[in-house]
Every structure is written in C-alpha cells, then in structure tokens.
Unconditional design. Structure first.
Length: 267
C-alpha cells in the first residue's frame, strides 16, 4: 500500500510539470521593500513567486511589463543560506538561476533576490539586492480545491506542499478500528481545482459467512444480514455429538473471526 502511495505521487508530479497553469501571477502597482512585498503577496495572494523552471521564467519574462527596479521574488537569505520564503527550504544548487557574477553581495547586506524581467542582458536571471530597496512585488495564487470533510469513523491525513487544500495537496483516509476505507488511493487536488476522486468513506468491517457444522447448528447475532464487526455466532451439536473447538466466534476488527470454525464429533 505504501508502495502504491509513492507511485501515485511520482506519476502525478511528472504530469504536473507538463500541465502548468496551476497558478496565476500578480504584481504590485507600486514599488515596495522586500518585507512589505512579502506581506502584500501573502495578504492578497498565496505568496511571493517561488516557481522556477525555464518555461515559467520565459512566461514571466514575456508577460510582465518592464520595470527599471525589477521584481522581488520569494528567495532571501535566512541564517546565511539562500532560502525559499514560502516553504523555508534551502535553495538547491540545481534550482539556482543567478546572473553571471551574482550573488556578489556588493554592499555587504544584499540578502534579498530580484528577477531581471525584460532586461537587455540576463533576462530571467536573479540578482541579490538590499532588502530595503523598493521593487515590484511578484506574487502567485495557486489553484485551490474545496476543503475536505473527514468521513464518519475516519480521519484525513493530508499533505499540502503549496497551501492548504490547494493544487498538489493530497489526502488519504484513516478509518477507525473496525472500519475500512472504500478507496485506497489518496485523493489529489488537481490543476482544475477539483479533487481527483470523491473522498473515500469508512464502512464497517464485515466477516465471511459461517456454516453450521455437520450434526450441529449455528446461531448468529444478528440472525439475518451481514456479519459485521463484533457480530457473534454460537455453535451447538446434536445429541450424541460433542463440539470440538470454540462454541462461540466473534467477528474481529480486521474482518477475521477470532478462531477456527468448530466441528461436531461423535461421542
Ligand atoms: Ca547583487
């Protein structure tokens, strides 16, 4: 089951890279300091732009207007390491997109990152700058899905890589003891803003039917219908026969009887 879960995560992520359009970009009319830009993006949108692959960069460079101050993006130095401000994750080597000669920390406190948009040279590349400088805030909004409700007799285990109940969030159902999920796959918030499937429900566990032993009888409670978790069955033998095994079985939380079916043996 764990293997399946990871497999579906992997498949999904690969699909997404090709899909794109799972977020929209927004930028401020006014220039602001890095701190204000971060606050502004979080107040009105999801966060500062943190998506960096060649296709996205080309898209940003194509549609954003030229601003001589350029644009703040969601990367800054935290504890002396370049960090994504949204996730607080360290920037990996392969994600880095510095312009040649950057980061140069020329004024010794260039702790925030701008992206060159429509610059003659190095368009789409990054430069470290003083955080107190005034630049355009570049933000994004991620596609969101409806918040999921926990099923009866179950809880949700979710992961939200971008934002709560948003694109790329996934949830799976954990059912209470004696209940099982109607679906094993996690559900995903897709790029269309819909969940990949309805949330699975938790249904009560059921045990297989039992047969009366030869020369004996079987009485179950409830007498009719499915034998659900905690149902009991009692066994008895005709005169001249003796029960070998347990005279009472109970349906366990995992859908198995708590013992072997008994037999009636002649005395
Ligand atoms: Ca610099």
């Amino acid at each position: 089951m764990i293997g399946l879960w990871f497999l579906s995560v992997l498949t999904y992520r690969l699909m997404v890279l090709e899909e794109g359009n799972c977020w929209t970009y927004h930028y401020s009319e006014k220039n602001m300091t890095y701190k204000l830009a971060e606050k502004w993006c979080r107040k009105h949108y999801t966060n500062m732009v943190a998506i960096q692959n060649k296709k996205e960069i080309a898209h940003l460079n194509a549609f954003l207007p030229f601003s001589p101050t350029y644009y703040w993006i969601g990367i800054r130095k935290i504890d002396n390491e370049w960090t994504w401000v949204g996730t607080r994750k360290r920037l990996t080597e392969e994600a880095k997109n510095w312009a040649p000669g950057e980061p140069n920390n020329r004024k010794n406190d260039e702790d925030c990152v701008e992206i060159y948009i429509k610059r003659d040279k190095d368009a789409g590349k990054w430069n470290d700058e003083r955080c107190s400088k005034q630049k355009v805030a570049l933000c994004y909004t991620v596609v969101t899905c409806d918040q999921l409700k926990e099923p009866d007799q179950g809880t949700l285990e979710c992961s939200h890589p971008l934002q709560n109940y948003s694109y790329n969030s996934s949830c799976k159902v954990q059912c209470a003891e004696g209940y099982e999920s109607t679906g094993f796959e996690p559900v995903w918030c897709t790029s269309s803003g819909n969940w990949s499937a309805p949330t699975p429900a938790c249904r009560v566990v059921q045990c297989d039917g039992l047969n009366a032993p030869a020369h004996g009888s079987l009485t179950c409670s409830p007498a009719f219908g499915n034998l659900l978790w905690n149902s009991t069955c009692e066994f008895a033998c005709e005169a001249g026969f003796v029960l070998k095994g347990s005279d009472r079985l109970q349906c366990g939380a995992s859908g198995k009887w708590d013992g072997e079916q008994p037999e009636c043996e002649s005395t």
